[in-house]
Design a protein around this ligand. Structure first.
Ligand code: NAD
Length: 291
């Protein structure tokens, strides 16, 4: 079957953003006297988290951001982590702090996130930054939805007055995503696990964002012809031959015959999320230094 949809290439745009950030860093480092710094904190040995952290640190190195990340054993206490965050809040070399989620069960992730100084909140998840988003004030924005917005903007996808449907209402993706689309003057509907008749709702979407974590949840018959479909989901599945691979939440092959634009997994929102993390760190770095 012929593939009609155009690909929203997150990998290519992320590479372009990283190149621009590298140039900004080179230009400002001479004035500021140090590179930007990002501290990624990881607790325990979740293999997916370890891969994400490695990826983030590699990206930092590529653009010239210094990494002050630390890896803690699973048994690390809440108090110890709070003390580390406090120390990083005071550290002038550190512009961004990020706690890699999920954390081991004995830790309270929310209260740790709240300890991060809002102006070093590279993930944009502190209540102050979420509040700034609600008020449409400038601030550090959540990386994944910011990555979606960046990609839509790059391809000049019109949002004003359009019907946007976000499937998923997490504080990490769905809710900030809906607010950013609203900020761009879309008419936004949020669907979630309790939504009735999801199909009727998704069929109304000019812009459909899937952020659920269920492979193949969004099928071609749920998509309006000509829609823009963004797949935030990252799911590891095992094929019949025992090989594992990453897929999103949408039936990519079938939807490619219905939609006008679609994002791939991998190579869509994943790399954009990392690019936004670096961008947030550089934003804080420049702002702290009055640039
Ligand atoms: P989450 O589990 O916190 O939230 C999932 C949301 O989906 C919930 O709000 C829930 O109400 C909704 N949902 C569950 N079942 C549903 C159903 N049958 N119909 C409609 N809605 C349903 O997950 P999350 O942290 O928001 O992540 C969502 C997905 O995005 C995951 O696959 C995650 O791995 C991925 N993700 C990707 C990136 C990236 O960089 N691309 C970043 C963060 C998360």
């Amino acid at each position: 079957m012929e593939t009609k949809a155009k690909i929203l290439d997150g990998k290519a745009l992320a590479a372009k953003i990283q190149q621009e950030l590298a140039e900004t860093i080179t230009a400002s480092q001479a004035k500021i006297g140090r590179p930007p710094g990002l501290a990624v904190l990881m607790v325990g040995d979740n293999p997916a988290s370890a891969a994400y952290v490695k990826n983030k640190e590699k990206a930092c190195e590529k653009v010239g951001i210094a990494s002050y990340g630390r890896h803690f054993p699973t048994q690390t206490s809440q108090n110890e982590l709070e003390a580390v965050i406090e120390e990083l809040n005071q550290d002038e070399k550190v512009d961004g702090i990020l706690v890699q989620l999920p954390l081991p069960e004995h830790l309270d992730a929310i209260s740790l996130l709240h300890k991060i100084a809002p102006d070093k909140d590279a993930d944009g998840l502190h209540p102050v930054n979420l509040g700034r988003l609600v008020r449409e004030e400038p601030g550090l924005r959540s990386c994944t939805p910011a990555g979606v917005m960046g990609l839509l903007e790059e391809y000049k996808i019109p949002l004003m007055g359009k019907q946007a449907v976000v499937v998923g209402r997490s504080i990490l993706v769905g809710k900030p995503m809906a607010l950013m689309l609203l900020e761009a003057n879309a008419t936004v509907t949020i669907a979630h696990s309790r939504t009735q008749d999801l199909k009727t709702i998704t069929q109304s979407a000019d812009i459909l964002i899937a952020a659920v974590g269920i492979p193949g949840l969004i099928t071609a018959s749920m998509v309006k012809p000509g829609a823009v479909v963004v797949d935030v989901g990252i799911n590891r599945v095992t094929d019949n031959n025992g090989k594992s691979r990453l897929v999103g939440d949408i039936d990519f092959a079938a939807i490619s015959n219905v939609a006008e634009y679609v994002t791939p997994v991998p190579g869509g929102i994943g790399p954009m999320t990392v690019a936004m993390l670096l961008q947030n760190t550089v934003f804080s770095y420049l702002r702290t230094n009055g640039i």
